[in-house]
Design a protein around this ligand. Structure first.
Ligand code: GRF
Length: 193
């Protein structure tokens, strides 16, 4: 059984879908939900589902990103984590941390990668006049939102859509895609020897 950590910063709706899926027969076990924000709504949801939670408040590290990541790494090792899922985790992780977890860390991004890496993906898709938007699950590599895409879902962009309309439509697909991809990823995963 592979130990999974989910890293969040906010409401954790993707986290919730991953936890619900892992409550069924699954190659992974939800071992930890960690937030960099103490006020993240997802923490209470995880606790209600009986999953261990930790808070590592990035603000207490000031500008020292390396120290934040050193502490994060220690916590993940303490929980014997095999695979990390970033799910609305709004901190960019440095190359040392990412390299240590490369091949064992997934993220969901609300665009059809490689389009619209970074923030404001829905607004940018609308401004570009795209007809399709969507979400992608990818492996995390040091370059932002640039790792191998493991799966994606498309949604139409409809006339009159606002960025919020589009975000809502994409989020429905995120909730279906991420559990499906995590399941497939873990069933092929070979822990490092
Ligand atoms: C999702 O749209 C995710 O793709 C993005 O942030 C949002 C998080 O939503 N990175 P939630 O916290 O999972 O509800």
């Amino acid at each position: 059984m592979l130990n999974v950590a989910i890293l969040i910063s906010g409401g954790g709706s993707n986290m919730q879908r991953l936890l619900e899926d892992m409550a069924r027969p699954h190659p992974g076990r939800a071992r930890l939900v960690l937030s960099n924000r103490p006020e993240a709504g997802g923490l209470a949801k995880a606790e209600a589902m009986g999953v261990a939670t930790e808070v590592l408040d990035h603000r207490s590290f000031g500008d020292d990103r390396a120290q934040f990541e050193t502490e994060l790494h220690k916590i993940l090792l303490a929980y014997k984590i095999d695979v990390i899922c970033l799910a609305g985790f709004m901190r960019i992780l440095g190359a040392d941390f990412v390299s240590a977890w490369q091949g064992r860390m997934l993220n969901i991004h609300p665009s059809l990668l490689p389009k619209y890496q970074g923030l404001y993906t829905h607004r940018r898709a609308l401004e570009a006049g795209d007809r399709l938007a969507g979400c992608s699950v990818h492996e995390v590599v040091p370059q932002l939102d640039a790792g191998p895409v493991l799966g994606y879902s498309e949604v139409p962009i409809l006339p009159g859509d606002t960025a919020q309309d589009l975000a809502d439509r994409v989020l429905v697909q995120e909730h279906l895609l991420y559990p499906k991809i995590l399941r497939a990823f873990l069933s092929r995963f070979e822990p490092p020897s």
